[in-house]
Structure formats: C-alpha cells, structure tokens
Design a protein around this ligand. Structure first.
Ligand SMILES: Cc1cc2nc3c(=O)[nH]c(=O)nc-3n(C[C@H](O)[C@H](O)[C@H](O)COP(=O)(O)OP(=O)(O)OC[C@H]3O[C@@H](n4cnc5c(N)ncnc54)[C@H](O)[C@@H]3O)c2cc1C
Length: 512
C-alpha cells in the first residue's frame, strides 16, 4: 500500500501490478478464494487500533472507530491512496509471473518483470530499475494432517476459506489451532453450531482489544517506557510481569486452562474479545491435540472415546512463497531467511530489490511496512547504502540466535521482530528515528509523550527525509482522536480530576 506513495514522495515513478481487479489487498472483502491472495471473514475486525496502525502522515479522522471493521479499514486505505494520487499507477488484473535480473544486471542493477493479464492472457515484459515485492505472506493456507484423516466423512476446510457460518448451523465442529483465526472461527461458528471444540497443542495468551479503562490495549501497552524493561530484564521476566499484572486480572489463563507453556513474548498473543464468554457458556470447549480421525469424528489425545463431529476447520496457519522470483534470491535454511532486516536479499550485487511486509511483529503491521518502504525508497534512490554482505549475514544470524533463545519453535523464526525496536532500527537506517536527547532539551512535552505515551507512527516523521510538519501535532492530539468515537466529546470533558482518580485507585486496592 505504502510503496507507491513512498516512491512518489521521493520523485520516483512507480508502476504497481495487482493480480485482482482492484487495490486494497487483504482489506477488500471478497467472497471468492484466489490463490495467493489473503482472505478475510465478513466479520473481520483489525487487531490494532487506528492511531497505532496509522500511516505516518495521515492520522485517521476522529470519527473512525478505534478497531476498524474490514470495510472501514479499506476506506481508510483508499483515502490514503487518494491523498497520494496512487490509483493511476496501478495496473489491475495483472499477475506478475516472473521477476529476473536483466542480462546487464551486474552493471545496471535492473530487473525484467513479466506480467500476465488475467483478462486477455496477454504477456507484458518490461525492464525496471528497482522492484518492491509486496505480495503479503498470510495467503497460502497450510493444512495439518492427522492419522486417519482420509476416512473422515465430514467436511474439512481451512479458515482461509471460511466466509460465513450458516453451513455450520446445529453441527458439531472441531477447530484446530489457537491463533487469531482459530479463535475468531470458534467465536463466529459457536453462535449457530451445536457445539464447538477448540483443539490446541499448546494453548495461547489471549489479549482483549479493550484494555484498561476501556482504552485500546495496544494504545496502553505499546509504549517505550514499558518496552524499555526488555533492555534491562530478561524477556521471560518482562513476560511474567505482563502476564501477572495485565493478563491475569482480565482472566486468569490458569483457571481457563488455556495457559500455554511458553511466555507471552515467546509467541504471538492472540487477540480475541469473546472467547472467554464462549468458554464460560460452554459453547466452545477446549480440547487437546487430535490423536486421530475416525469416520464420524476425532479422538483427542488422552481420550479413549470418539468425539463425534460434522466438520473440522483447520486454523493451522500459512506458508510463504514468492513463486515469480528468480531462484536463489530469497533462501531459507532451517527457518533462517536470507533477508537483511527482513527486507533486502543478501545475495544480490545491487540493493535494487526489496521485500516489504515480510515480518511478524507484536504490534501493527502498517507502520512497519511504511518504514520499510521509506528505507527501500531511499536505498533505491541511491541516498543510502547497505553494509557489506558479511555485516548483513551477521545481522541475520544475531536476530536468529536471539529469536531461537526467546521464541517457541516456528517456521517463521527469523522474521519475528519486537515492534518498537524494529521500527527504530529501520528508521535509523535513513535518519528518521527521533533524536530523543535533542527533543528532551528542546521540547520536553513532546519528549514525555514519546517516552510515556503510545508509540505512534507519526514520531518517525519528526525528522529525516520527508519529515512532516504535522507530526508533532498528530502525536499531541492522538488521544482526542482515539476517544472521539467512544465519547463523542472532547477528551478534556471526559477526564476525571486527578484526586478522584487516586481515590478510586485506593478504593480498588481495598475492595478487590
Ligand atoms: C484475516 C487476516 C487478518 C489480519 N489482521 C491484521 C491486523 O489486525 N493487523 C495487521 O497489521 N495485519 C493484519 N493482517 C495482515 C495483513 O496482511 C496486513 O494488514 C496488510 O494487509 C499487508 O499488506 P500487504 O500489501 O503487504 O499484503 P496484502 O494485503 O496481502 O496484499 C498483497 C497484494 O498483492 C497481490 N498479489 C499477490 N501476488 C501477486 C502477483 N504475483 N502479481 C500481482 N499481484 C499480486 C494480491 O492480490 C494483494 O492485493 C491480517 C491478515 C489476514 C489474512
């Protein structure tokens, strides 16, 4: 999304190939399933709040809801695109089928891009100075397999294809997995199904969108002053603190038997607002992993009896693939992907190809994608260079080693990043990381917002290439925009007196 806008900002001429009939990617809802294109449910709501996931020069209007439903998200994206006049750069219904180095690549760093029209089957072959690969990585479903699965007479599907719940009316359903899509599927289907079983190998930490005082959880949690603890304490200790002080008072993961063996920062926490009430009502029941299928159901590990089931929904994640890319450019060895800072392939002579959005952060994806686009644009424009191959390999290995020590095993180990640290790291590659020392001396109010307030994307426009005059104002007014759709009032009218706040805190300590 951001790539066209960022290239235009730098004065470069972008051409965007889009294989569907319109831009919008994940956030344009469609009924049909298209290979290699992300799929959402009619009920999909974004997991990060509007201020945290905003584009850095485009604060969402105050009227936008904090957690946008997919069509609101799409509208925000389209407004952003209009602002940057992006539509005229997009060629829709054009699938890129090959991206290869030109014969004179060693001298020029150029690429041959071959695309096919999905309407006329015509092939276009063109040469470009640079390529940004922005095809998403949550779009190729991965199915789990269990012994006896072929015997099962019911329907087995993946959440990728789930577009409604009517077909599950009065049925018994088994959902495999405990990621965001598993819990969304469990909550949605349980409103019509007779019974939903949620089968999980390891449990999950569940965060609700609503945080303390009714604020969005990420607006409260993603703050420098909180993540600063990672710099001085081991991740397990910070995780334990968050689990004990934040999660357990919401609902104790131990008594709900969903507590995983790993810590909250060792695997993505799952965002879901309704699963606890579904577990309380018994509409959704937790079960361990499937041991095997039978003709009419499944046997869960530890059970001796068959649990009858009409349908199974796999919420077992996604694999990644760049089928059009010349072989050997992105290599994966034991979950270690050869991309410098998850963006630049290390095996190329020229840094003229960048992969955007190929990260797994605990935090919103949009600001990260935008920062990656800004960095890649600066490198493509020849304003910044990459370090030597040796240094890039060291950077990849260091991240990988840290991740191995911290995270539960996963195929996407080397693309896991800490949100604030990673944003700072990418911004500092092209001089857009705020200079906190200078801000402390010159603008203490802003400094306090940056350190103790939510870590907002606008901060990366305070300085550096294409800094934005409105960045400070956007930071200082974000709370008002966040509160507006809830209160429909200016936020100083809703703020309580400090003494009343302290008194209430004391009462809470005494009474519960
Ligand atoms: C159900 C679901 C929920 C999500 N929730 C969140 C969330 O809450 N917060 C968050 O930050 N992220 C979320 N994501 C991740 C989501 O992918 C990002 O929000 C964001 O949309 C990524 O943008 P993108 O442009 O990189 O990829 P996409 O949105 O996937 O867009 C990729 C585009 O590339 C096109 N394309 C693919 N292959 C080709 C080709 N060969 N030639 C031409 N065009 C091609 C596709 O048609 C598509 O339009 C979610 C994803 C899913 C599936």
């Amino acid at each position: 999304m951001a790539s066209i806008a960022m290239l235009k900002e730098e004065g470069l001429e972008p051409v965007c190939f889009e294989k569907t009939d319109r831009p919008g990617g994940t956030w344009f809802y469609r009924e049909e399933i298209i290979e290699g294109v992300a799929s959402i449910m009619p009920t999909t709501v974004i997991n990060h709040s509007k201020e945290m996931g905003a584009f850095s020069t485009f604060p969402p209007a105050k009227e936008y809801n904090n957690y946008m439903r997919h069509y609101e998200m799409y509208q925000y994206l389209m407004e952003y695109w209009s602002k940057y006049d992006c539509f005229r750069h997009v060629r829709v219904n054009m699938e890129v089928i090959s991206v290869k180095r030109t014969d004179d690549y060693n001298e020029t760093g150029r690429w041959i891009v071959t695309a096919k029209s999905l309407i006329t089957n015509e092939i276009s072959v063109e040469v470009y100075d640079g390529v940004m690969v922005c095809v998403g990585h949550i779009n190729r479903p991965k199915m789990a397999t269990f012994p006896g699965q072929e015997k099962f007479k019911g329907n087995i599907t993946h959440t990728h294809s789930l577009k409604g719940v009517n077909e599950y009316k009065d049925q018994v359903i088994v959902i495999v997995g405990t990621g965001c899509s598993a819990l969304d599927a469990a909550v949605d289907t349980s409103s019509v199904a007779k019974q939903v079983y949620l089968s999980t190998r390891s449990g999950a930490h569940v965060l609700q969108r609503v945080g303390p005082h009714g604020y969005p959880y990420d607006y409260v949690l993603l703050r420098r002053c909180i993540f600063f603890w990672f710099d001085i304490l081991p991740p397990n200790v910070v995780s334990w603190l968050l689990e004990s002080l934040y999660l357990d008072p919401q609902f104790n993961h131990n008594i709900y038997a969903v507590k995983p063996t790993h810590h909250i920062f060792s695997k993505d926490p799952v965002i879901n607002d309704h699963i606890t009430s579904k577990l309380l009502s018994g509409s959704v029941k937790q079960k361990p992993n499937i041991q095997r299928f039978t003709e009419d159901g499944v046997i869960f590990e530890g059970d001796s009896e068959v649990t009858k089931a009409d349908a199974v929904i796999m919420a077992t994640g996604y694999t990644w693939k760049f089928p059009f890319l010349e072989e050997g450019i992105i290599v994966e060895e034991e979950a270690k992907i050869s991309l410098y800072k998850c963006v630049f392939p290390i095996n190329l002579k020229h840094p003229t190809l960048a992969v955007i959005g190929f990260v797994l952060p605990f935090g919103p994806g949009f600001p990260i994608g935008e920062l990656q686009c800004r960095w890649a644009t600066q490198v493509l424009a020849g304003k910044y260079n990459l370090p030597s191959k040796r240094e890039m390999i060291k950077d990849i290995n260091d991240r990988y080693k840290k991740n191995i020590a911290r995270y539960a095993p996963s195929e996407k180990m080397s693309i896991r990043v800490d949100y604030i640290k990673y944003c700072d790291d990418i911004a500092s590659q092209f001089g857009a990381k705020p200079n906190f020392f200078k801000i402390f001396l010159t603008d203490p109010r802003l400094f306090i917002h940056l350190i103790f307030g939510p870590s907002l994307p606008y901060q990366y426009r305070l300085q550096g290439p294409h800094s934005w005059d409105g960045a400070r104002e956007a930071i200082m007014t974000s709370k008002a925009r966040m509160l507006w759709p809830i209160t429909k009032r200016n936020f100083d009218e809703c703020d309580e007196n400090v003494l009343v706040k302290i008194f209430k805190k004391v009462l809470r300590l005494v009474f519960y």
